[in-house]
Each structure stands twice: as C-alpha cells, then as structure tokens.
Design a protein around this ligand. Structure first.
Ligand code: NDP
Ligand code: HSE
Length: 428
C-alpha cells in the first residue's frame, strides 16, 4: 500500500458535510479504489464553535487557511466555500503550493477558469470542478474525455435545480413561489443568496463553464444573456398548459458559423420535448455533436450527497494519480479570443400576454405594430374579460429578437394597453 493521501476541506456547509461524511463512512471503499488511504486532515470553517449535525473530531477544525497551506501532509484541497473571495485566494495559494484542488464553485470557474487552469498546469497539479455544473450528474468529465473526437455544436439544458424545483411545483401543485423557494433552501438546493438561482445567474455560470469547455473558447458569465424566473405567474402556467407547453428555465448555447451564442431564460417548451418532462431538482443536459448526434445526461443537479459524489469522483481521480506516481495534466485548452453573438440577432417564437381595454380596435392596433415589425402571428386568443379589461395571448411565428422588443415597447405605450403581463420565448 502506498502512503496515505491527505485531504483538507474548505467549508462544511451543505456540500462540505456530505463530502466529510462520505470520506469517513467509505474510507475502506475509497482506499480500495485508490490504493492509498484518503485521510481528512483539516476542515476550514468560518465559525469553529457552530453546532453541526455532522460529527467530526474537533481537532480537525481550523479557522485559518495558513494551517492548511503550511501542512505538508495535505495533497488535495477541496474548496466548497463558494463565492469569489476568499475562495479564489485560497485556491491560488493551494495551486502555488503544489496542492491539487477540487472545487464545486461555478462562480469562480465561470469568471476565472482559464487563469486558474493555467496556474494549475504551471504548478504541475490538477484543478478539477465536476460538481460546478449539474451537481451530481457527470457532464464535465464526459465533455473533456468522451467527446474528444467530436465537435460539440450545441448544448440545451436545465442547469439549476432550485428553479426547476420551483417551476415544477408551481406547475403541478399551483404552489406559491415564495413557499417553494423556502423549501428549496431548506433542502440545501439554493445558493446562500438565492438571487443567483432565481435570476438565472447560477445557470449562466454553469452554461459559461460548459460552453467554454465544449467549444474550447472562453465564454464568460457576462457573455451569457440571462433572465430569471421571477416574472412567471400561475396564469402563465395555466395558459401554457392549455396550449400544450411547460415553462422551464432553459440554458442554451451553440457554435454556428464560428460564433458562439449563449442564453438562459424561461422558455415555453412543448410537453412532448424531453426537457419539458424534467421535474424537481433534476438537471438535464443535451449535448449535440457532429459524430454522435444528441447525447443526454440526466440526474440530481443539487443537494448534499449528489454534489459530494461529483466532488469525491474528482478527489479519487487525483488520488489515483498520486498513488500511482503519475500525475495526469488535463487538456483544457481554452482560446481567450472568442466571438460571442448578441441576443438581438436571435430568431425565436414568442408568447406574449397583454392586458388591455376590451374595446373595438385594440386587436387591430396591436396587430399593426406586430406587422410593422415583420412579426407574424401564429394565434391570437382573448382569454377573458373582467371589468372592461381583456386578457390577450399572442403566439408569434419566429421573429427577430430586436424586432419583438421594439414592438413590445410600442404595444406597451398604446393608450388602451394596461400592461405587457409577460413575454416568454418559445422553444423551436
Ligand atoms: P454553504 O453556505 O452551505 O456552506 C459554506 C461553508 O463555507 C460553511 O461551512 C461556512 O462556514 C464556510 N465558509 C464561508 N465563508 C468562509 C470563510 N471566509 N472562511 C472559511 N470558511 C467559510 O454552501 P454550500 O455547501 O451549499 O455550497 C458550497 C459550494 O458548492 C458553492 O460554491 C456552491 O455554489 C457549490 N454547489 C452547491 C450545491 C448545493 O446543492 N448546495 C451543488 C453544486 C455546487 P460555517 O459553517 O462556519 O458558516
Ligand atoms: N443552487 C444550485 C442549484 C446548486 O439549485 O442548481 C447546484 O449547483
């Protein structure tokens, strides 16, 4: 048997607790798989005195990162604190001190991935981040290894467990948005600030990471057009269902004519589509390649043990390298000069819900604005009329995003129109 491999954990929250529990409970299994024993050396937390459900020997707790960086016995640092700082400084210091790093931090990898990957290479150590996208569902390793012979052409995915859990329960139980969000927080799915989940930012981080690795070009989080789910109401679900659709937060990117486009937004998606039938905290990623066509990955996208599974897979992979004496350096060559398309050039169908005075001529004024912008109407339904206010639902054929936005601005300013209640893109 080779020497023990020292592992230190930064963070003991939802994910960190799952990792620590499994490292301790499956010590023998992991030893068999690696050929060396994985030993938890230190656990860095913010508050050493906090009451914790997990039982960890008190002497393992530290509240200063220096104790870890100066510990020669720690070969692998696992970062599950989250956010940019101090996580980034800890990772940089660990890599510069020749320690391998495993992280679940999508924000950090989306924003600083190429720089950190280069730093790892420079120091002849590995930086792995499988858990940063789709939680427990393997996706980064397959993209880096199993699709090596392919050109990846598009990614269509549900990448945020919290919002999919919220949307699923709003759709099936007519549940209240804020109540379901609280449940998602209790279950450990949501980020410490759930704004990142519900505003689509977390999904945008994940899409940026997956797109950068898939197209070998740096897609920054700010390159991803992003809209969240906070404007979706029970009424939208009801109408979408009547029309044969579900509403999902879809992450989509593609590489076409040497240009990448990437977007995250609520989408009306036909009930017959696979992604419309992904419920709860599950994530689903459909990757399209030139050699295989479509390949689907589907599984838990968040939560303590599913995420621990992805983190520990990376830890075991690196430990096998250490144990065998051969450290494999990952091929993650990412071009920093990428060409990213703008959402205004997108061509898509739209669902538009408008409340307006129930009086002669309103439909014709709205239709004229749409026609003036080359937007063709697929269907026009008057849903109801209450106290002189009618609810109108317009489904368009494919139209240019910039034209739709201009038309919506003009419709909003019609005197008979009370509000554009919602406008949601429809998946082609
Ligand atoms: P939590 O908020 O549950 O845990 C964060 C942990 O980090 C806590 O133990 C906290 O210490 C510790 N911590 C915070 N700030 C510091 C600091 N300055 N110094 C030392 N320790 C600190 O987060 P999660 O476990 O949910 O998430 C961790 C990471 O995993 C994030 O990057 C997240 O995006 C990612 N992730 C989470 C998933 C999930 O399902 N939750 C799924 C996939 C990825 P203390 O306990 O003392 O407060
Ligand atoms: N908050 C994230 C989600 C955790 O709900 O998907 C997993 O990355």
């Amino acid at each position: 048997m080779a020497e023990d491999i020292g592992v230190s954990l930064l963070g003991l929250g939802v994910v960190g607790s799952g990792i620590a529990e499994q490292l301790i409970a499956k010590e023998h299994t992991y030893q068999q798989q690696v050929g060396s024993k994985l030993v938890l050396n230190h656990v860095l937390v913010k508050d050493k005195d906090k009451n914790r459900e997990i039982e960890i020997p008190q002497q393992l707790f530290v509240d200063s990162f220096d104790e870890i960086i100066n510990d020669d016995k720690t070969s692998i640092v696992i970062e599950v604190i989250g956010g940019e700082e101090p996580a980034k400084s800890f990772i940089v210091a660990a890599l510069n001190n020749k320690k391998h790093v495993v992280t679940a931090n999508k924000e950090l990898i989306a924003k600083h991935g190429p720089e950190l990957i280069s730093l790892a290479k420079k120091n002849n150590v590995r930086l792995l981040f499988e858990a940063s996208v789709a939680g427990g569902t393997p996706i980064i390793a397959p993209v880096l290894r199993d699709f090596s012979a392919n050109n990846i052409t598009s990614i269509k995915a549900i990448l945020n467990g919290t919002t999919n859990y919220i949307l699923s329960r709003m759709s099936t139980e007519n549940a209240d948005y804020f109540e379901v969000l609280k449940d998602a927080q209790k279950l450990g799915y949501a980020e410490s600030d759930p704004t990142n989940d519900v505003e689509g930012i977390d999904a945008a981080y994940k899409l940026a990471i997956l797109s950068s690795l898939s197209y070998k070009s740096f897609v920054k989080d700010s390159d991803v057009y992003c809209e969240g789910i906070t404007s979706i109401s029970a009424k939208d679900f009801q109408i979408a269902k009547e029309l044969g659709y579900e509403i999902k937060l879809i992450a989509f990117s593609e590489l076409k004519d040497n240009q990448i486009s990437a977007r995250v937004h609520p989408t009306l998606i036909s009930k017959n589509e696979m992604l419309a039938n992904v419920h709860g905290v599950l994530n689903s990623v459909q990757i399209e390649t030139d050699l295989i066509g479509n390949v689907l990955f589907h599984g838990a996208g968040a939560g303590s043990f599913p995420t621990a599974s992805a983190v520990l897979a990376d830890v075991i992979d690196i430990s096998r390298n250490i144990s065998s004496g051969f450290v494999y350096l990952d091929h993650m060559n990412i071009d920093l000069n990428s060409s990213i398309g703008d959402i205004s050039n997108l061509s898509t169908k739209y669902y538009i819900r408008v409340s307006a005075n129930d009086e002669p001529g309103v439909l014709s004024r709205i239709s004229t604005i749409l026609a003036d912008h080359q937007i063709s109407i697929a269907s026009f339904i008057q849903k109801s009329s209450h106290e002189g206010i009618a609810e109108l639902v317009i489904m368009t054929h494919e139209a240019l995003e910039r034209s739709v936005q201009e038309a919506l601005n003009q419709i909003k300013n019609l005197s008979a129109v009370k509000a554009i209640e919602n406008s949601i893109r429809v998946m082609n």
